[in-house]
Design a protein around this ligand. Structure first.
Ligand code: PXP
Length: 239
């Protein structure tokens, strides 16, 4: 049975849009755990556009399942990870101007750097996951760097314009999964998965964990909206 790890970044996105203190991604993480999520993920970006250092510190204190810190493999973040001690980190590429993580890591061309990063994090007891495209060369490089887990990037599949393209990209993910297995890596998957496009993954039981954020936050806003309006109406209707 696969696990669900919930990414709470976009709860923070809504908060940051107002620059106040709600909604709190730390509370959302607690609710996700109560609902059965087996992991909480946050991405501390260099520009702090959603998750803040305070969120990470509080999540470390409150998450009872497994805290996964997504981060770029840069000095600032490596030091924060070593100080905070998440259960695992997921190394992702990060560009300042991107709306979200756009592609997988190029581990093949930066093997020495990533190996050094793994060598610093693993002695702290932090598992290291690499977010890569379903490319056997990249996946082999993750193994060569000493990574524990490969998170296969499902964003291209999620963005497919039609069924034929989606099927082709799903087949690539399937090959990526096989390649991760051959390299003895644990496997997760994520990015752009929603309540519809996640369904075909049932045929890939090798994938241990799904990392899902935006679609859950988007659905929460809509399925919770009516109740929120009714509760405000109760307050104001008898004024
Ligand atoms: N995995 C990685 C590496 C990501 O960067 C993200 C987005 O932060 C996700 C999974 C979750 O993607 P989404 O928010 O589209 O579910």
């Amino acid at each position: 049975m696969a696990r669900l790890a919930v990414n709470v970044d976009h709860v923070a996105t809504v908060r940051q849009a107002r620059g106040i203190d709600e909604p709190d991604p730390v509370l959302a993480a607690g609710l996700a755990e109560l609902a059965g999520a087996e992991g909480i993920i946050c991405h501390l970006r260099e520009d702090r556009r959603h998750i803040q250092d305070r969120d990470l510190a509080l999540l470390r204190q409150t998450v009872k399942t497994k805290l996964n810190l997504e981060m770029a493999a840069v000095e600032e973040m490596i030091e924060i990870a070593m100080k905070t001690g998440p259960d695992m980190v997921t190394l992702v590429p990060e560009k300042r101007e991107e709306l979200t993580t756009e592609g997988g890591l190029d581990v093949v061309s930066n093997k020495d750097h990533y190996k050094r990063t793994v060598d610093r994090l693993k002695p702290e007891g932090i598992l290291v996951s690499f977010f890569v495209d379903a490319d056997p060369q990249q996946i082999r490089a993750v193994h060569e760097c000493g990574g524990d887990i490969v998170e296969i990037h499902t964003g291209h599949y999620a963005d497919a314009k039609n069924e034929t393209e989606a099927n082709r990209l799903f087949d690539r993910i399937r090959l990526g999964v096989e390649s991760a297995q051959e390299n003895g890596l644990r496997i997760s998957a994520g990015h752009g998965l929603n309540y519809v496009n996640v369904k075909p993954f049932k045929v890939l039981p090798q994938i241990e964990e799904y990392s899902i954020g935006h679609s859950i936050v988007a659905r929460a806003i809509l399925v919770g909206f009516e109740r929120a309006v009714r509760e405000m109406l109760e307050l104001v209707k008898n004024f």
